[in-house]
Design a protein around this ligand. Structure first.
Ligand SMILES: *[C@@H]1O[C@H](CO)[C@@H](O)[C@H](O)[C@H]1NC(C)=O
Length: 145
């Protein structure tokens, strides 16, 4: 059992496209969340990105955000991005990629996305805002003589 013909055609098309469009990029790194699964707000966790190559700069991206959020230059082949005190705003899909340290850098493809879910506390949605019910006090004061 091998790849399906459709997959091979797709692969072929992608390859042709690559050859004609851009210099070849490094293979995509892998990405995972530690711990995996969803977490509650305040948790510390790590987004780990790793490649087959060492001595690279790893960059972390959030889907929907153009620029890299952070980067690290580990000695080995594993970049780690700690998230301390995770907040709900940290929820999202993350990818990473790596680049060489020389100029101009050579890039890898983006990893597959991993989804980070920071589960909100179930708060009673107390209406803290009152409909502005301040009575308009008749402004009868102080018209001096
Ligand atoms: C992550 O991506 C999946 C698939 O596109 C989407 O359904 C999900 O809502 C995304 N998660 C967040 C937190 O944006």
């Amino acid at each position: 059992m091998g790849p399906t013909p459709a997959f091979l055609v797709l692969l072929g098309a992608m390859w042709t496209c690559l050859l004609s469009a851009a210099p070849q990029a490094f293979p995509a790194p892998s990405i995972s969340l530690i711990p995996s699964g969803s977490i509650i707000p305040g948790t510390n966790m790590i987004i780990r990105c790793w490649a087959d190559l060492s001595g690279m700069r790893f960059l972390l991206y959030k889907v929907g955000v153009l620029d890299a959020l952070r980067h690290v230059e580990p000695a080995g082949n594993k970049g780690e991005f700690p998230i301390t005190n995770a907040r709900q705003e940290d929820s999202g899909n993350y990818t990473c990629r790596y680049q060489t340290l020389d100029e101009p850098p050579k890039w890898s493809y983006h990893s597959n996305p991993v989804e980070l879910v920071v589960k909100g506390e179930i708060l009673c949605s107390l209406e803290s805002r009152h409909p502005s019910s301040q009575p308009h006090s008749p402004s009868g004061t102080g018209i001096g003589p």
